[in-house]
Design a protein around this ligand. Sequence first.
Ligand SMILES: [Zn+2]
Ligand SMILES: [Zn+2]
Length: 492
Amino acid sequence: MRWAVAALVFWACATAPGHLRADASQTQAPTVIRLGRTLAGGATRIERLDLDDYISQVLAGEGQPRAADAAQQVLAITARTFALANRNRHRSEGFDLCDTTHCQVLRPATAITRRAAEATTGRVLLHQGQPAFVFYSAWCGGKSELASQVWPGAIDYAYEPALHDDACEDEPGWESEVRADVIERALRTAGLRGTRLRNLRVLSRNTSDRIARIAVEGFTPSEMSGNEFRMAVARIAGFQSIKSTSFDIDRTSTGYRFEGRGYGHGVGLCVIGAGRRAAKGATADQILKFYFPGLTVGAYTATSVTTNAAPAPKKAAPVTAPDVALALPGNEEGERQAVLSLIRRSRDEIAKATGISAPASLGVTVHPSVESFGRVTGQPWWVSGATDGAAIDLLPIAILRQQGQLDRSIRHEVTHALLDAALAKRPMWVREGAAAYFARPQPPGKPDRVECPTDAELTRPISAGAQRDAYTRAESCFARGIAEGKRWDQIR
Ligand SMILES: [Zn+2]
Ligand SMILES: [Zn+2]
């Protein structure tokens, strides 16, 4: 059984009734970042930071404190590009970016990091006139990695290849030991089932020698991707425990010993490599050209960020608004009748089943690419749809069809558009559970008694697998309420 989501498509979707779509802000070059600051105890406080102030704190959190100015500037430009390209990531939570490794880590700025942020102000890496989707990691270990090898379904851009990075090859490797019970707990937290880990075994490596698949014998599923394994262990034992997926495994009397190279996912810019290059006299532009061949460094202006996504449907409905305003990419115009009738049928069936009246007009935007969908919705690669009020965003129809998820994705998102307002005050699992429940053509069998997922498990999962598990539990919790005789709007 393949458990990791190899396919792009997954019926997760983030919704938050009442917040605005991001299109207005996308025509302005933002100078402010709304940061979700993690507080002791796990709460999040939203802070508004000037973009360069934010960048100077990211450099302190992610960079090398003593690296030369050129290396600081390289990271300033890369981190600014990352921030602008990903600023919809936490839209559903009311801020742009968080302060954990999920987005970028912040520490108090220093004179050096402030100077680098100011020296590069407004400058980003551009791809077709927009901030590029770029990554960076602490140390690539001598071979950088393709995005698709870390995140299934991610797009590999020609400007972000897997490179041989001679500048950082001679860095010494790392070693660590993790107790078996810690790994077992990590696997359960990541959504696998099992109690005792019988063995850990490398199943396959990719071209950069990182672990592609790893066997976790004694657990179900019995294998996972190298990256999911690393993230699962990091969540329980810290990122120092397994610094990268480039490692060998030895068994010890109490657990497992890992011996590896590299620190981080290894995609894109290598922070240590950039520091070594700067120390040898390379300029910021030369270093960026090495790691991101084909990208240009340029000013980020209002006109450079006009989104190339299909136009968002008008929100304020004019008198003649159609009941479904469907925006399709040009190459999928031929699907119009089929998709329209699927949307209308889903809407009418769900309205009938729930007794709620559908919005007068539904706006549905089918995106021309995964990239465009991700840019507008802020959703990760494996998500197929997102709904905000009566506005629905979907992946290209061809991709949904190919994955056998077209019906289900449309029914899921239409359910959100119909029911979310009525369920706005409930935990997120109620809204997601309802959407999953009504997306099925038939009600599920008797649902398992499971722990209902927290909002964080649904919105900030450590892997595609963990998110899928959280959505499955949301559906079971919701279906259980129905099986106990509750009405859909009585489940809480
Ligand atoms: Zn984040
Ligand atoms: Zn490197």
